[in-house]
Design a protein around this ligand. Structure first.
Ligand code: ATP
Ligand code: MG
Length: 978
């Protein structure tokens, strides 16, 4: 006995998603679901704090794992609505943007949860991965798809994930631009947990059946509605119990999924190939013949779903029958709109549908089941004829392409003009019909010639014959060949015999690389014990970097090498004597090194580390210097590395004098100089050398690019009108660099990088003062871009948390810390509240204890290590690091160089600020953007500001000003060409 089937639409959005209708609230959704004939509706946007709160207030539990509108709200729906009340399943869509195998991947996923608690756990893990949940109901996260799946499964044993619209070129698991060739590749070792895939609007099951690797998945369809009217434009039919777990089982292959309701795939906006702006709409064969190049603008065409399916297909069409029912439809309002010759969304159409639904039942029933006689009686002959043709698949199709919907028509225009219909609801309009959506006209290619620039004075090339070596990737062979990855001078340094060694060299010349290779070489080939090696750096991040590089060279034995910051080293020395030694206050931190020095003076160390390496030696202060002198005898095996022009910590007592005195402190010191810069493009290096020249501490400073790429982009310069404008520029540029974070993104900027290879983790935003970060964090987060702010000052975090707690005291005086925090999080006040939840739960009702935990707890600033995010850093914290793309912000007089009110900086201070500017520029590998704002608020007052005088040192031929992006008037152009 066949069971009754029912319709589910499990991919929709709320009003909190970008570009979505304000009407997307639950009572409205419930109304429209009933009107369409949907029995089970995904809630969408389950990760959004405000939407989740709305769900909590409006829904109550119904069948296992499902929800329904509270009785009091359901009552308010118009009584004329037919059909059963709709059930809701907690659902959301997540966009992952990340790099795998050197390619930027962008994949959308649908996630489902059986209860609000597990949805909450899932949210918390997203926040920990740096995701801003309140900016968009469809959040973006810099996490591998595989890791997102893991988070979903960890939230609840019965939570599940379905890859969304798997063929969309830019944002899907199989997408031509940013996906994979198989679903299993996308989800790696967890791929078995994927049992169903959403085919999306531009493909139907027939197309998917041509790809045999998809045989193991159930094919589902949903509306991805951005307005209530679009609900169920695609949908899935089930006949299992109405129950979360039964649906999950049906999606895993048990009986219960009976079919799908589909667009004609041509209607989807990425069906065929083409360029929307150029008006090119091509079949895959045409695209192939033209080698994928647009005949109008000469760029690569957007390859649609049809072509992509053909690319991956291993079966001919129609070879494999569909195991489930497939119903192709257009929506009722499209049918009536076509007949009426008015817009499908017009009031006329809506009124007619209301009448039809009141008389005949839900829209989907009318389209698929209602006897045509009944349709004719209520809606007129034309409507009945239209629906007959629709059911028979007799439709005209103009395929969609490059984001433009296709057009499906049931009638020829003259049929509609000629026929008369005097019965039923419809009158005949004898007005010119709207032709199939007018094709956008090809715009003249407005490609402005490249701005003529005076050729940048390129620095001399070290050796044009030596090819640029790719950077180390992953494990290297241990032992032989360790030094092969170094250039001649680096090799000299790395293989030098024991004794004092000073490596002095500019940024990006491989100092740190030489250090790690030397250490690895000594251990792997010269029988030095890793336990006897100590490598010291300044920041935790730099220490992490060193450990990472050592592990890739030495493998597991790298763990035996001591890698530490000066602070950590001092702490471990102190703890050795007194195991209970604790650091309780931030100020204590500064005492660590002097205490360790005292201790070693009283009780000298037994030279347990025979080999000591110090990176960034130009920045040691008196105490650190004393500590080193106590650890290493004058003829000891010390390798100190640094660049005097990058000395930026004198305000904290660092003294570049120690560096310059190395040869006096250590006997017979060997000195090696390196000048080939492997990090940055030629324009960036040239700008850096010019920027430091006026006060360089190195006579005849030179820095030569190791590779010359004539295509290397110039340095971007953005003169912003305000700090908000500056932040907006960064957000826009980030969006372009990763090739667009959403469907709404237009331009892509992949110059200087091959293909779409920039991920969020490749981008850093640098600034002089922490205060600059606020506007940038806010703007990027609002744009849905994951950011990660490296703050090396816990007290700052503590201030933020104090503010949060103050708010919690006022707004929610009752309840446990966790409950109060949750309320704040729901009110969108603080995304960070999620992050603090583990600590809050531990603290019970004790706010003070919670505050103390926050101040010391590592959990708070520990971002999920798998997350990729744009890094925000002060210039000081950026030392030693490198990023493919760098934004150096706030290049203004007074900020860089920094000036405090009422105080004139000394020449030495200005020189140090210049070095900071130099450090900032030299962090960039391929793209560098400098920006300044015409106004800035500092110390509570907004003032006009001037560009940094440091900028003047850079040849304007190396710069490309982004203010000139506005199209030039054709006349100007002609004049120039003449
Ligand atoms: P900084 O002064 O900024 O700390 P550095 O001198 O320590 O710079 P590294 O970070 O060691 O420079 O190297 C800069 C980049 O150049 C790294 O990506 C490194 O892998 C690469 N590199 C260095 N030497 C070579 C080489 N011989 N071949 C290929 N790449 C190299
Ligand atoms: Mg370095």
């Amino acid at each position: 006995m066949p069971r009754d089937s029912w319709i589910a639409d499990l991919h929709i959005h709320s009003k909190y998603s970008r570009a979505c209708s304000k009407d997307l609230e639950l009572p409205n959704l419930a109304y429209w679901a009933r009107r369409k004939g949907i029995r089970l509706l995904g809630t969408g946007d389950v990760t959004h704090p405000a939407w989740l709160a709305h769900l909590g207030e409006t829904l109550e539990e119904a069948e296992p794992g499902l929800y329904r509108l509270k009785e009091s709200i359901e009552h308010r729906l118009p009584p004329s609505l037919k059909g059963e009340p709709t059930r809701f399943m907690l659902s959301g869509e997540i966009s992952t943007i990340y790099k795998r195998d050197e390619r930027t991947r962008k994949v959308h996923h649908l996630v489902y949860f059986p209860d609000l608690e597990s949805a909450g756990r899932f949210r918390a893990s997203l926040v920990k991965a740096g995701c801003n949940l309140s900016s968009d109901g469809r959040p973006i996260i810099g996490l591998d798809s595989r890791d997102l799946l893991e988070m979903t499964l960890e939230a609840h044993a019965d939570a599940y994930l379905v890859p969304a619209h798997i063929w969309t070129p830019w944002f899907s698991a199989l997408g031509s631009k940013s996906g994979f060739d198989a679903i299993a590749d996308c989800y790696a070792d967890l791929a078995d947990h994927i049992t169903a895939v959403e085919t999306g609007l531009s493909s139907d099951p027939e197309m998917n059946l041509r790809v045999s690797s998809l045989d193991r998945y159930r094919l589902v369809s949903n509306s991805d509605a951005h307005s209530p009217q679009a609900l169920a434009r695609e949908a899935t039919e089930f006949d299992c119990d109405l129950d979360y777990y039964a649906v999950k089982r049906a999606l895993a292959g048990e009986p219960g999924l009976t079919g799908t309701i589909e667009f004609f795939p041509e209607e989807g906006k990425y069906h065929a190939d083409g360029h929307r702006d150029c008006g090119v709409n091509w079949s895959p064969a045409q695209t192939k013949a033209a080698k994928g190049v647009c005949p109008v603008c000469g760029r690569q065409l957007t390859v649609g779903v049809l072509a992509r399916v053909e690319e991956l297909a291993d079966r001919a069409p129609d070879q494999q029958p569909s195991p489930q029912r497939v119903t192709h439809l257009i929506q009722l309002h499209q049918v009536i709109g076509e007949i009426e010759g008015v817009g499908a969304k017009s009031k006329t159409v809506d009124g007619k549908i209301n009448a039809l639904v009141a008389a005949l039942g839900a829209e989907l029933t009318i389209l698929t089941k209602t006897p045509l006689d009944d349709v004719s009686r209520v809606g007129g002959e034309l409507l009945a004829e239209g629906i007959r043709r629709l059911r028979a698949g007799q439709v005209d199709r103009v395929p969609g392409f490059d984001g433009e919907y296709g057009v499906i028509r049931l009638f020829q225009p003259d049929e509609l003009r000629a026929s008369t219909s005097d019965d039923g609801l419809f009158e005949l309009f004898d007005v010119p019909r709207v032709e199939a959506k007018p094709r956008p006209r090809a715009k003249a290619a407005a490609v402005a010639p490249r701005k003529p620039v005076s050729a940048p004075p390129l620095p001399s090339i070290a050796s044009p014959h030596e090819p640029f070596e790719p950077m180390l990737a992953g494990m290297e062979e241990v032992g032989t060949g360790l030094l092969d990855r170094l250039d001649a001078m680096q090799r000299v340094a790395a293989s030098a015999p024991g004794g004092p060694l000073l490596i002095v060299a500019g940024p990006g010349t491989g100092k740190t690389r030489t250090l790690t290779h030397r250490l690895a070489y000594l251990c792997a080939e010269m029988n030095v014990f890793p336990e006897q090696c100590l490598a010291i750096t300044f920041t935790r991040r730099a220490a992490e970097e060193l450990r990472h590089r050592l592990a890739s060279l030495l493998g597991p034995v790298a763990k035996d090498v001591t890698v530490a910051t000066f602070h950590a080293l001092a702490l471990s020395l102190l703890r050795e004597r007194d195991s209970s030694y604790e650091v309780t206050e931030e100020t204590d931190l500064d005492q660590l090194v002097p205490r360790a020095v005292e201790l070693l003076r009283e009780d000298p160390d037994k030279l347990r580390w025979n080999w000591v390496f110090v990176d960034e030696y130009q920045d040691v202060d008196q105490h650190q210097y004393d500590l080193l002198r106590l650890l290493v005898p004058p003829d000891g095996n010390i390798c100190a590395i640094g660049d005097p022009d990058q000395a930026i910590y004198s305000f904290r007592g660092a003294d570049v004098g120690f560096f310059l005195r190395f040869s006096q402190d250590f006997e017979d010191a060997r000195v090696v100089r390196l000048t080939r810069n492997y990090r940055s493009s030629a324009p960036i290096i040239a700008a850096a050398v010019q920027a430091i020249a006026p006060t360089s501490l190195i006579k005849g400073r030179r820095l030569d690019p190791a590779k010359v790429d004539l295509e290397a982009p110039l340095i971007g310069l953005y003169p912003a009108a305000s700090t908000a404008d500056e932040a907006g520029f960064i957000a826009k540029k980030v969006d372009e660099l990763v090739g667009g974070v959403s469907h709404r993104s237009k331009a892509a900027d992949t110059r200087g990088v091959t293909g779409a290879t920039v991920g969020f983790g490749d981008i850093a935003v640098l600034y002089r003062t922490d205060a600059q970060a606020t506007a940038i964090v806010e703007t990027l987060s609002r744009a849905g871009i994951p950011v990660q702010k490296r703050s090396h000052n816990r007290l700052k975090d503590r201030e933020g948390v104090s503010a949060l707690i103050h708010e919690m005291r006022l707004a929610h005086p009752e309840g446990s810390v966790a409950a109060r925090l949750k309320k704040l999080a729901n009110e969108q006040t603080w995304a960070a509240a999620d992050l603090l939840m583990p600590l809050a739960q531990r603290s019970g009702h004790d706010l003070e204890r919670f505050l103390a935990d926050v101040a010391t707890g590592a959990e708070v600033d520990a971002l999920d290590p798998r997350a990729e995010a744009v890094t925000l850093l002060t210039l000081h914290a950026a030392k030693g690091l490198e990023f493919p793309v760098v934004f150096l912000t706030g290049c203004e007089d007074g900020l860089l160089p920094l000036r405090m009110p009422g105080k004139q900086p000394t020449d030495d201070e200005i020189a140090e600020e210049r070095r900071l500017f130099f450090v900032g520029i030299t962090r960039a590998q391929r793209r560098l953007f400098l920006s300044h704002s015409a106004r800035r608020t500092r110390f509570g007052t907004e003032r006009e500001t001037r560009p940094s005088p440091f900028l003047a040192a850079i040849d304007s031929g190396l710069l490309e000003s982004y203010k000139e992006e506005a199209p030039r008037r054709p006349r100007d152009l002609q004049l120039r060409l003449l």
